[in-house]
Write a protein that binds this ligand. Sequence first.
Ligand code: THU
Length: 135
Amino acid sequence: MTKEELVALARQAAQNAYAPYSGFRVGAALLGASGKVYLGCNVENAAFTPSICAERTAFSRAVSDGERAFQAIAIVGGKEGVLQDFCPPCGVCRQVMAEFCPGTFAIHLGREDGKISSFTLEELLPQRFGGENLR
Ligand code: THU
């Protein structure tokens, strides 16, 4: 699976975004170690705090299916679904990535013009707090 293919799947996922409050539609495609891809979109709520980001939707789907190791994630997002800029993952989603993924985990951000900006989890969340800190 290429990063271009993963971004295309994230764009597909963004079409199901439920974002009536922000109008900001996000899609994520998470590639498991098994090769299976889990899609996620943001799902907002009138009470705001129960809203969930696309990335965490994808992780929840994967873990619920028994997958706990991952290769990469692609993320796209934009106001009214226009993917003008890259959509970097929020801090809470970075922390969820850190729960399941090593520092080498690849994060691909896609944009309307086809450009892809790639990072590792180590780059986006250095000095991570994790389970080993609780030992
Ligand atoms: N959002 C995501 O789904 N992922 C991100 O990485 C950034 C933000 C969602 C949450 C909310 O529904 C909307 O985008 C605006 O913040």
